[in-house]
Design a protein around this ligand. Structure first.
Ligand SMILES: Cc1cc2nc3c(=O)[nH]c(=O)nc-3n(C[C@H](O)[C@H](O)[C@H](O)COP(=O)(O)O)c2cc1C
Length: 204
């Protein structure tokens, strides 16, 4: 059975992004082995002075770390290994302040590791997760599909670029304007479910 890594950052009570993700899980849990990571309960470690230098020394400098030093990187390494071990990734997140929530960015900082998930080759930088596919479920309060907001949507371009850097093509189901178009909320969620079905049928 194919494996799916589900990354959920949907902490708000009655989260609309969670409704979309719950539908994905209900629809597919019999067809794939799901590993569920709740990024609102367990955040990756931010890259701070100690772990950043250990990571750079190990992954770029080729320096072997002690067991104690390895332990400092263990949480983020585990998240990276979950990505290496999966066939599919589903990421559910709202837009926060024109971009992704810090925890979601921290997940990418954890898993984008030189020599492991990407590397420098004769033909340039390459992502190593080439057999993986991703689905992004993202919502926002305002309509970021229209100007003046469209050009300051740093969320979906970041997510698509970051997955692409890892070698992972990403489909995006975007429901912008959940607050702005509150009267169309239910319809937007129903539309998202139809789009989720289409992707699920292709995947499994
Ligand atoms: C901290 C915070 C920051 C937000 N920033 C934005 C934003 O930059 N643009 C926007 O359109 N909506 C923003 N919103 C609204 C959410 O993106 C929107 O309500 C989303 O649908 C919430 O998803 P949820 O129902 O899964 O919690 C923000 C909400 C919060 C709580």
């Amino acid at each position: 059975m194919k494996k799916t890594l589900v990354l959920s950052y949907t902490p708000r009570d009655n989260s609309n992004t969670k409704k979309m993700l719950d539908f994905f899980i209900e629809n597919n849990q019999d067809k794939t082995e799901i590993t569920f990571v709740d990024l609102a309960e367990e955040a990756p470690d931010l890259l701070l002075k100690e772990n950043l230098n250990l990571y750079v020394n190990r992954n770029f400098g080729g320096i072997e770390l002690t067991d104690e030093q390895q332990k400092v990187l263990a949480k983020n390494d585990k998240m990276m290994q979950q990505l290496l071990d999966t066939d599919f990734v589903v990421l559910a997140t709202p837009m926060y302040n024109f971009s992704v929530p810090a925890t979601v960015k921290a997940w990418f900082d954890a898993v984008i590791q030189a020599g492991k998930t990407f590397g420098y080759t004769e033909t340039g930088v390459q992502g190593f997760c080439k057999n993986t596919k991703a689905l992004i479920l993202i919502t926002s309060g305002s309509d970021f599909g229209l100007e003046p907001y469209k050009s300051v949507n740093f969320a979906t371009p970041f997510l698509i670029t970051a997955f692409d850097f890892l070698g992972i093509p990403a489909e995006t189901i975007t429901k912008f304007g959940m607050i702005q178009y509150a009267d169309k909320l239910e319809q937007m969620i129903e539309d998202a479910k139809e789009e989720i079905k289409v992707v699920s049928d292709i995947w499994y």
